[in-house]
Write a protein that binds this ligand. Structure first.
Ligand SMILES: Cc1ncc(COP(=O)(O)O)c(C=O)c1O
Length: 469
């Protein structure tokens, strides 16, 4: 039966602890973009990002998967782990991670107003300036690359590999060599993304970055809690970006954070996040700064959310298992799972690909209507358009399935349209292999958040099966 309440892609849900921190902020008059909640939230995040998983849960010690159904065996969490609420602050033996990954002991975290601000400041942190080039994964949300342009620099887009849908390390090297040949200059930074939470082939990417001595920025806005060989995504490169938008793994309503390599880098980022003020008794500015700190009220929400971070991660992974098992039975639909044992996605959004030959009911009417109102994470004003067609769009069966699910009160979404196909980036260099364009045409995101129940997944899968002609 069609549910009364719409099943949406992802909305973090409140732990009940948030109001305690917010009340404290009001009671003590810390209603500013600094204060005890901001500090406490940063400490919680720091502990989490420098954590490791107990051996045996890392994935790499698990057997190789043999078929779609076995894919779940490689995840960090077992069925018994779900659901549970864990106070990350306490020495809780049941916690799914342990503190103190020695390799990460210097890492620091700065809480910011958004993930976009974190991308922007990471670029400032590595010294990107007007006229520079920055290599960016093409298959991503626009906030990975837009901040490059805020600085007057130019993105150079690199396509993805098929396994993780993230930056192709070989193509990255090709791009670096070609940029040096064409411009006489190395790109100033590399931005790799953890698309929908899936770990990238980060060791191979880092090896290329190190070989050419180019700073690596990880956009882990979608990847909080994802791990590569047990290490938290966002901690491999120079800087790691996190987002706490309302639709992410945890929320501060809106907010983000930047994982920094050490204390000196943290102080530099903090300087730029607070308007870059020199130490005079009056306001003296020698650099251009930004007003990017997180509010103490929002940070209070973040502290409350940290108490359910593990629960949220476990829930997203639990839903992934349900989808993986259900779609193993459906011809023409493939669930995008961890491609190898060292990858452990948080499955921020669970994604599927749809065989172009699969016929979906109503396909003949696909693209007859345009978006009339802004919905979902990017809510706001949108420009109306006359036609829904562009030269690169999801296949008609994908759009028809989206419309079908919408009619069943289920929100779904096409994959991100690659940045090298966005008109605003038409003048940027791009190194492509067809992977992101193909995936964009056949892929779809399904409801995945903590509010999505097992029954919802069963209903979503049933609705998809019914849509197939
Ligand atoms: C890949 C990626 N990067 C950056 C961002 C920007 O984060 P925020 O919305 O917090 O600015 C988002 C999400 O919104 C994202 O999905």
């Amino acid at each position: 039966m069609k549910p009364e309440k719409r099943i949406i892609l992802c909305l973090a849900h409140m732990s009940g602890n948030e109001q305690k921190y917010i009340k404290e902020a009001f009671d003590t008059n810390w209603v500013v973009p600094l204060g005890p909640n901001v500090n406490g939230f940063e400490e919680d995040l720091k502990r989490f990002v420098a954590s490791t998983v107990p051996s045996g849960r890392r994935g790499e010690s698990q057997p190789e998967k043999t078929d779609k159904r076995d894919a779940c065996a490689v995840r960090d969490f077992s069925e018994e782990d779900y659901p549970q609420s864990i106070e990350p602050h306490e020495n809780n033996p049941e916690r799914l991670w342990q503190e103190g990954d020695e390799r990460l002991k210097d890492k620091q975290v700065v809480a910011l107003a958004s993930g976009t601000a974190a991308v922007h400041l990471s670029l400032v942190g590595v010294g990107v300036e007007a006229g520079d080039e920055v290599i960016c994964q093409s298959f991503t949300f626009c906030a990975s690359s837009h901040p490059v342009t805020y600085l007057g620099a130019k993105p150079v887009f690199v396509d993805s590999e098929r396994d993780t849908w993230n930056m192709d390390p070989e193509l990255l090297e090709t791009a670096i060599k070609d940029r040096v040949k064409k411009t006489g200059k190395k790109p100033k930074a590399i931005i790799v993304v953890y698309l929908y939470g899936m770990p990238a082939k980060i060791e191979a990417i880092k090896a290329v970055a190190d070989k050419y001595d180019i700073p690596l920025i990880e956009d882990a806005a979608e990847g909080l809690g994802s791990r590569y060989r047990g290490q938290v995504c966002g901690t491999f490169g120079e800087y790691g970006v996190l987002s706490f938008n309302g639709n992410k793994m945890i929320t501060t309503s809106g907010g983000g954070a930047l994982i920094c390599p050490d204390e000196a880098a943290r102080n530099n980022i903090m300087f730029y996040a607070t308007q870059a003020r020199e130490g005079y008794p009056y306001y003296q500015h020698e650099k251009i700064g930004y007003n990017y700190r997180l509010s103490n009220i929002c940070a209070g929400i973040g502290r409350g959310q940290m108490t359910v971070l593990d629960e949220h991660i476990a829930h997203h992974r639990h839903l992934a298992r349900l989808y993986a098992e259900a779609f193993a039975e459906v011809d023409g639909i493939t669930f995008h799972d961890n491609p190898s044992p060292e990858m452990s996605s948080n499955f921020w959004l669970n994604t599927i690909t749809i065989d172009p030959k699969l016929s979906i009911k109503g396909q003949e009417n696909a693209y007859k209507s345009t978006v009339k109102s802004a919905v979902g994470g990017a809510a706001g004003v949108i420009h109306f358009v006359d036609s829904a067609h562009t030269d690169c769009e999801p296949n008609a069966n994908v759009e028809a399935l989206r419309v079908w699910l919408d009619g069943a009160n289920i929100e779904s979404r096409p994959l991100w349209k690659p940045m090298h196909k966005q008109p605003c980036y038409k003048d940027c260099a791009a190194y492509t292999n067809g992977v992101s364009e193909e995936l964009f045409k056949i892929g779809m995101c399904l409801p995945s958040g903590p509010l999505v129940t097992d029954e919802d997944v069963a209903y979503i899968v049933k609705s998809i099966k019914e849509a197939i002609v």
